[in-house]
Write a protein that binds this ligand. Sequence first.
Ligand code: MN
Length: 438
Amino acid sequence: MGELNRTHDPARRSFVEAANESGCDFPIQNLPFGVFRRAGDAAGRCGVAIGDKILDLAAARDETLFSGPAEEAAAAASGPDLNRLMGLGRDAVSALRARLGDLLDAAGPEREKVERLLVPLSEAEMDLPARVGDFTDFLTSGYHSTRLSPTRALAANFMSMPIAYHSRASSVRVSGGTIVRPNVQSSDGNAVRFGPTAQLDYELELGAFIGRGNALGEPLALDEAAERLFGYCLLNDWSVRDVQRWESTPLGPFLAKSLSTSISPWVVTEEAMRPFRAPAFRRPEGEPAPLPHLSSPRDQESGGLDLRLEAYLQTSRMREAGTPPMRITDTNFMHMYWTLGQMVTHHMSNGCNLVPGDLIGSGTTSGPTDESRACLAEATERGTKAIALPGGETRIWLEDGDEVIFRGRAEREGFASLGFGECRGTIGPAVPWPTASR
Ligand code: MN
C-alpha cells in the first residue's frame, strides 16, 4: 500500500469548513496540486485545493510558512507550473504535503495567517497543471480491447506488454471549453470523403504525470520506475472513430486523437492515493504471466488503484430542460490489465527518457459490465445500438452541444474518501473549411 502517515489520518479536520463535508472532493487528506489564475493575473500560480478554496503556494512562501525540504518544494512550486516541483521527487513533495496538512489543520496554530492566503475556487480559472512536453496514450483495458477487436479476443502482444502510441502534447488542454468538431477524411470502403466527422467519441481515462524521470539510456526496474509517478488526473482522450479506422493501418492513431485531449485541473498525488492502492489485475487462467522485468511482488500486491471513474452526458436539450447530466459510464481503475508502474517501466525499457511533466494516458478504463463501458464505441456496440437519454433523445456518437463530464472518487473503509474534481468538454459545431486568403 505504500507508507501511510499523519496526512492520511481520517480523523483530521480542516478549518476550511467545506473540506469536512462528506462527499467533498478535496478534504484535508487529498491536497491536490493545480495551477490557477484570479481575474487580472497575467500568469498562473501553483495552489493546493482544500474544500472550496485554494491555498496560494507562492503567497504562503512569502509569509515564510515553510522551512527545510518543504521550503525547497514550495520554492519549486512558486512559478507558473508544477514541472519543477514534479522534478524534485517524492521526498520533497511529501515534505510539502506534510506541512500543508499541518497549516490547514483545524488545530493549526498558523490558521489566521493561512486563512488570508485562501482564494475561493469559484473565483479562480484553472490552467494546465504542467507544461506537457510529451504525451503517451496507452491501451490497457482488456475489456475495451476485446470489445473493439474484430476477433473479440485479446491479441498476443496486448497480453505481453502495455500497448501505447505517442500522442500530441500541444493539444492537451485543461477541463472546460469547446471541442470543435473536426473535419476529417474517412472512407466507407468505396469513396473517400472529407468533412465534419459524424463519429466523435469520448474515452474515459486516468492521466498520470511523471515526476522525477530517468536519464536517456537508463531504464529503471519496475519498483523504482513506479515511484517516478507524481500523481493522477482525469483524462478525456477525445476520439474520432471514422478517421481512426481509415488512418490507423499501417501506422497508429494520428488525427483521430490529436484534435484535443482534456484533463482535470487538479493533480491528486500518488501519496494521497496510497490508501486506495489495490492488487494488480488478476489474469484469468491460461493468459501468460508478465515477463520478469514487468513484474514484481510489490507491483502485483499493490500496483493497482481502487478508483471509481464515471462519465456523464448532458445534451443541449437536457440543459435547456433543466435535466441533470445522465451517467453513461461507471467503472473502476482496478479493471486495467496493466498497472501504471508496468506502463512506465515498459515506456523506459528501451532507454527512452521520461521527464517531469510528461503525461501518460491509461487507455479507456472499461470493465466487464455494460455500465462500465468507457466510450461510445463500446456502449453503442460500435455504433450499431443507440443509447436512450432522458426526454426521448438517443445517441450513437456525440452531437453538437453535448457536454461530457468525468468524475473520479476513491473510497475505502477506514480512510477519508477523496475526489478528483471534474473534467469537462462541450462539443461545438465544425468550422467551415478555410479558403486561401490570397
Ligand atoms: Mn485512448
